[in-house]
Design a protein around this ligand. Structure first.
Ligand SMILES: *Cc1c(COP(=O)(O)O)cnc(C)c1O
Length: 482
């Protein structure tokens, strides 16, 4: 038994106990080479079906999820995922249709994809959408490859550099590097915007484009976005929008109208698919006139006779994903869009922004935001105001003791001791108040009893892990044996 009273299946094991009865073989035994025949019994636990069910059900309750508690993980948009999405994604016509079905037998599925392409294009003000990419980062790669092919097809081959603001998500420089560009950092100004003067210095004919997140990862709307975009266009570059923060502006601002050439959406964030466990997701990519012929294909088009069919854009960068992307995520997103409607989506964004500002106003005297501005759907504070020797990481771990998932920490990189809070639109005011109150209590603890924070969390199955190795070399043994 470990310190939380969880026994391993081996500890529960009792010789001869069985959870299954394996049916008697009704085919003749095959001859097997002696070297394949086991000499010693395998070390397997012998437990009843009930033992097994209780064991795994109990382990499953150790997972933290949005269905159990508040999950203010900045930039990740951990909002509640309505169950109606799950109902539609499980409908047999969607869930059980084989990807090799001929188009004529999959018209309903193709229609859903076609409608989703149209809705996403409309919401963000673009001409066409490809549903191929499987995640946000995959959409980024798609968009950057489109920009690359655009320049190449015009014989403009000297553009080897791609601009990335210093507040950007780590996937942004990684994506441009994967596409063969050199990432060039653009600094932020003292209001948390892209520094326009610096941008003007950097823009020349070596620049292929810029990747911009708006609102940016500081939770701030780029106040000079029109000037930023026209500056890059003026030197011949194109503008990529990282649309992971679309939850802040749905129905309010259309990035296509602002002049973005291409953008991805994180359907699993903004359009409510459960995420956080590593997938599946979807990162459709949308393009303006400038780039619509380069989209990854196939897209779903409509023929003159009204039937739906796959079409490849004229200068497509090609296919990025087997079959048609993660179709179940597309069904969830389409369900979400239809069930909220245009006004509902707008209200969701407005509530997300309101919730973040409410929370910020309740804590900013003890955890001031790094830039003193009205925020969008998230805000970034700094743990520099915590007690002597106490870091943001300690505050994050202490929150676990109070039953809250920590916010994102140490990102964006330009804010020291960063704490990035995204409450989303789906939480009640009571939850926001409880979270604010807890943050205030912890800030006070950091001054009065710093040791409480240093060792936190105190009551979990595991305490502080090596966060790098926990991902790269997970210990996948039965939990009671750890
Ligand atoms: C989540 C996120 C991404 C990457 O999206 P994935 O779907 O995780 O690949 C990129 N940029 C920002 C700002 C994000 O929050």
């Amino acid at each position: 038994m470990n310190q939380n009273g969880i026994s391993s299946l081996w500890e529960l094991s009792s010789s001869g106990r069985r959870g299954v009865v394996i049916p008697r073989s009704d085919v003749p035994a095959a001859e097997l080479d002696d070297k394949y025949i086991r000499k010693d019994a395998a070390d397997l636990p012998e437990v009843s079906e009930l033992d097994l069910i209780r064991h795994y059900t109990r382990l499953s309750t150790l997972n933290y999820s949005i269905d159990t508690r508040f999950y203010p993980l900045g930039s990740c948009t951990m909002k509640y995922n309505p169950r109606v999405n799950e109902q539609t994604a499980r409908m047999a016509g969607f869930a059980a249709s084989h990807p090799y079905l001929p188009e004529s037998m999959a018209q309903g599925n193709l229609e859903l994809m076609h409608e989703l392409q149209k809705d996403l294009a409309e919401l963000a003000g673009f001409k066409a959408v490809s549903l191929q990419p499987a995640a946000g980062a995959h959409g980024e790669l798609a968009g950057v490859l489109m920009i690359k092919k655009y320049h190449e097809s015009r014989g403009d081959t000297g553009r080897t550099r791609f601009l990335i603001p210093d507040s950007a998500h780590g996937t942004n420089p990684a994506s441009v590097a994967m596409a063969g560009f050199e990432a060039v950092e653009v600094s932020s100004d003292d209001r948390g915007n892209i520094d326009l003067a610096r941008l003007k210095e950097l823009c020349d004919e070596s620049i292929a484009g810029i990747m911009i997140t708006n609102p940016n990862t500081l939770g701030l709307f780029e106040e000079q976005i029109i000037d930023v975009i026209s500056t890059v266009h003026a030197c011949g570059g194109l503008v990529y929008g990282d649309g992971a923060n679309f939850n802040a502006i749905m129905g309010v601002v259309k990035p296509g109208d602002l002049g973005f050439d291409v953008m991805h959406y994180n359907l699993h964030k903004t359009f409510s698919t459960p995420h956080g466990g590593g997938g599946p997701g979807a990162g459709p990519v949308a393009a303006a006139d400038s780039l619509k012929d380069y989209l990854p294909g196939p897209l779903v088009g409509r023929s003159d006779n009204g039937s739906f069919t796959f079409v490849q854009p004229a200068k497509s960068i090609g296919r990025l994903k087997a079959f048609n992307g993660n179709f179940g995520v597309l069904v969830r997103a389409y369900t979400y869009i239809l069930s909220l409607g245009g006004n509902g989506l707008k209200a969701a964004s407005e509530s997300a922004v309101l919730a973040a500002n409410y929370l910020l106003s309740r804590v900013k005297d003890v955890l001031p935001s790094w830039y003193d501005r009205i925020c969008m759907h998230e805000f970034v504070s700094s743990g520099q105001s915590l007690g002597e020797g106490v870091h943001t990481m300690d505050l994050a771990k202490r929150l676990i003791d109070y039953g809250f998932h920590p916010p994102t920490v140490y990102f964006p990189l330009i804010v020291p001791e960063a704490l990035m809070v995204e409450p989303t639109e789906t939480e009640s005011i009571e939850i926001l108040d409880a979270f604010a109150e807890t943050l205030r209590v912890i800030v006070k603890e950091s001054q009065d009893q710093p040791e409480l924070l240093h060792d936190a969390p105190h009551r979990e199955t595991v305490s502080r892990l090596d966060e790098v190795m926990a991902v790269k070399k997970p210990v996948l043994r039965d939990i009671g044996r750890i």
